[in-house]
Design a protein around this ligand. Structure first.
Ligand SMILES: [Fe+2]
Ligand SMILES: [Fe+2]
Length: 301
């Protein structure tokens, strides 16, 4: 199997985006995926592959929702450091959406109908858009809490790297690092412009109602389209990996509740050393994605 190729560029000195000056650099990535790779890119398992395909389908519209809910309040922020963090956040999320679009195009070329996940998440987000800007931002900070936990899981749990096809791993690792770099930005904006605890609490059921059925619908629809929905052996294996006790996603769930603590702040859970470790591993001193991350072995150490 051929490996994915990609290139990335650090920003030339003097031309760095403002976010880079506060540790949130939007890195220009350009992931390329070979056309001849496996259809079920995660452990040759349809169930888990369709879960990650659903996530990838959700990201571009989801990240646009995050960006818009923060951008709505951008002019209310005067602190230059906070403004730079917002620029970094918006830049990173925009590039995440673009690169997941690229992955989704590759999956589509393979015949996986990721467009359904895109439609499904847009229905869920359309429901959230009916609420006030403060409530929408509260939903964003809850989803950012989820993405930060997922990012930490991706970076610390070797099982993803051991089972996913090598060509897609760098994209998920890069995305995970940047999610942790900017994990507090939307929350800090929220605290400055609203800070409503009631909206924060309400964000949990609203987001769950808006998106959980969309995850289920998307996975069911995709598995049906793949002709795998009645494949019990495949489903049992995928379920065990993702959702059973100590499963990849199940491990995140107990920490979701931290969000409801009155004194919650994303930085209360310190991930600085983990981010540093992965920045060094992936990007090296010049901020470019290191060439050796074309292969799985390099990511396992
Ligand atoms: Fe993102
Ligand atoms: Fe994010």
């Amino acid at each position: 199997m051929t490996t994915a190729s990609f290139s990335s560029s650090g920003k030339a000195p003097g031309k760095r985006l403002a976010g880079a000056t506060v540790g949130i650099p939007p890195r220009q990535m350009d992931f390329r995926f070979p056309a001849d790779s496996r259809r079920y890119f995660f452990d040759d398992n349809a169930f888990a592959s369709m879960f990650f395909a659903t996530l990838s389908g959700f990201f571009p519209p989801g990240e646009r929702f995050f960006v818009e809910s923060v951008r709505h309040y951008r002019d209310r922020i005067s602190d230059p450091v906070m403004k730079a963090k917002i620029s970094g956040f918006i830049g990173q999320e925009a590039i995440h959406g673009r690169e997941h679009d690229r992955l989704n195009e590759m999956l589509t070329r393979r015949g996986i109908k990721v467009w359904f996940a895109d439609r499904a998440v847009k229905v869920g987000l359309g429901f959230l858009e009916k609420f006030s800007p403060s409530q929408q931002l509260a939903c964003t900070i809850f989803m950012e809490h989820f993405t930060a936990l997922l990012a930490e899981q991706l970076l610390t749990d070797e099982r993803f790297r051991a089972r996913a096809d090598a060509e897609i791993i760098p994209l998920w690792m890069w995305h995970a690092v940047e999610e942790l770099e900017h994990k507090a930005v939307a929350y800090d904006v929220y605290q400055q412009v609203s800070g409503s605890y009631a909206h924060r609490v309400l964000a949990v059921p609203l987001t769950a109602v808006a998106l959980t059925p969309m995850v289920v619908a998307s996975m069911a629809w995709l598995l049906n389209a793949e002709g795998q929905i009645f494949n019990r052996e495949d489903r049992a294996r995928g379920w065990k990996f993702l959702f059973a006790r100590r499963g990849f996603v199940a491990r995140i769930m107990p920490k979701m509740g931290d969000f409801l603590a009155r004194d919650f702040h994303p930085d209360n859970h310190d991930t600085t050393a983990l981010v540093q470790e992965w920045q060094d591993k992936l990007f090296g001193p010049n901020g470019r994605l290191l060439e050796e991350f074309r292969n799985r072995e390099a990511l396992m150490h």
